[in-house]
Design a protein around this ligand. Structure first.
Ligand code: GTP
Ligand code: MG
Length: 412
């Protein structure tokens, strides 16, 4: 090219636009109650966020998001801190990590819904997708807990995980090295993918590669200032000495702050969008039936997929309707058969009763006839006996008269 046209200023234009818009960064802190999450976040951003301590007695894990507007020089940062309240206090391990997984998915889903709208407002949309998960490991000096492995395993395809050894002042220097090696080997053997600081940009490749070797960072948090020499420094003071938060001989706090905030914040945001969100979006759209290729591996446009889906839907609806109709007819037939059977049974019962009734009646008629015959016979007998009685009475009457006459003649 011969003359200067000016598109070399494009990066400056981009920077100006970004600075004007401001940035947003969302951190998820996963770790058991009281492990030092809030103190570390306060120390990282040198701000008292006033996050109250949580109880160990919540029945469920709750995710609590708080958003703050921060400014450094002319750069505005919308920082969201999401805390896992009650994490690790559940008896069932799944109850501890599932709400975290669901929360991350819900933020992806909200973004996807915004993207799919006809009238999108992604420009001023508050992106709540989690850019980094600081996973707080207990300073046991031994190994990871089952809950740590289960949680990290279920999160690693959804979010950039940076594991940190919390309250690292509780582990001695020699123990710490062995602990770090043990943790890393456990993560590798369980197939847990943690975030690797990128080494493709040569300006930061060297530092990032060396920092990857220091993972997981052993951190100490404190907002207390202690006088060391003639300087006030952030530290934790103990009866036997002072742990300086920003002293690299004491802990990895500075390494974490450098990697998280100064060097790789933009990469974390980018990885969230291009890797984790992309995966969520792909799975979700595939689940909904969308695909990029047709049956013979031919490219398929969204319109064609939509038409095919609609066709499939109508076919399915018709099939369902037909199925329901047949089911209805079948049910009616079954009901009819049951009713007919009941009717038949009733009729048979009626016939039987009628027959029994008739038999009873005939028996009664027979008894009545016999009784009447008996009555007639009895009446006849009675009449005959009455005649005899009369005759004998009359006979006895004439005998008496004859006796009387005889007596009377004797007296005379
Ligand atoms: P919840 O929000 O209630 O779950 O607690 P948290 O994880 O936010 O812990 P928080 O920062 O409130 O710290 C709990 C206690 O641990 C406080 O007494 C802190 O002073 C102490 N603490 C925090 N960071 C460290 C650390 O690096 N080392 C040591 N020894 N103690 C720490
Ligand atoms: Mg807290």
């Amino acid at each position: 090219m011969s003359g200067h046209v000016g598109f070399e200023s494009l990066p400056d234009q981009l920077v100006n636009r970004s600075v004007q818009q401001g940035f947003c960064f969302n951190i998820l802190c996963v770790g058991e109650t009281g492990i030092g999450k809030s103190t570390l976040i306060d120390t990282l951003f040198n701000t008292n966020f006033e996050d109250h301590e949580s109880s160990h007695f919540y029945p469920h894990v709750k995710l609590k998001a708080q958003t703050y507007e921060l400014q450094e020089s002319n750069v505005r940062l919308k920082l969201t801190i999401v805390n896992t309240v009650g994490f690790g206090d559940q008896i069932n391990k799944e109850e501890s990590y599932q709400p975290v997984v669901d929360y991350i998915d819900a933020q992806f889903e909200a973004y996807l819904q915004e993207e799919l709208k006809i009238k999108r407002s992604l420009f001023n949309y508050h992106d709540s997708r989690i850019h980094v998960c600081l996973y707080f490991i207990s300073p046991t000096g031994h190994s990871l807990k089952t809950l740590d492995l289960l949680t990290m395993k279920s999160l690693d395809s959804k979010v950039n995980i940076i594991p940190v050894i919390a309250k690292a002042d509780a582990v001695s220097k020699t123990e710490l090295q062995k602990f770090k090696i043990k943790l890393m080997s456990e993560l590798v053997s369980n197939g847990v993918q943690i975030y690797q600081f990128p080494t493709d940009d040569e300006t930061i490749a060297k530092i990032n590669a060396s920092m990857n070797g220091h993972l997981p960072f052993a951190v100490v948090g404190s907002m207390d200032e202690v006088k060391v020499g003639n300087k006030m420094v952030k530290a934790r003071q103990y009866p036997w000495g002072v742990v300086q938060v920003e002293n690299e001989n004491h802990c990895d706090f500075v390494k974490l702050r450098e990697m998280l905030i100064c060097t790789n914040m933009e990469d974390l945001r980018e990885q969230t969008h291009t890797r984790h969100y992309e995966l969520y979006r792909r799975c979700k759209l595939e689940e909904m039936g969308f695909t990029d290729v047709g049956p013979e591996n031919k490219p398929l446009s969204l319109q064609e997929t939509y038409e095919a889906k609609r066709h499939e839907f109508y076919g399915e609806r018709q099939r369902k309707e037909e199925e329901m109709k047949q089911m209805f007819v079948q049910r009616v037939k079954e009901k009819e058969a049951i009713l007919k059977e009941a009717e038949r049974e009733l009729q048979a019962k009626f016939e039987h009763l009628k027959r029994v009734h008739q038999e009873e009646r005939m028996k009664l008629e027979e008894k009545r006839r016999l009784l009447e015959e008996e009555i007639i016979a009895f009446s006849k007998k009675k009449a005959t006996s009455e005649i005899y009685q009369n005759q004998s009475f009359m006979a006895s009457g004439s005998n008496l008269k004859r006796d009387k006459d005889r007596k009377n003649s004797n007296f005379m």
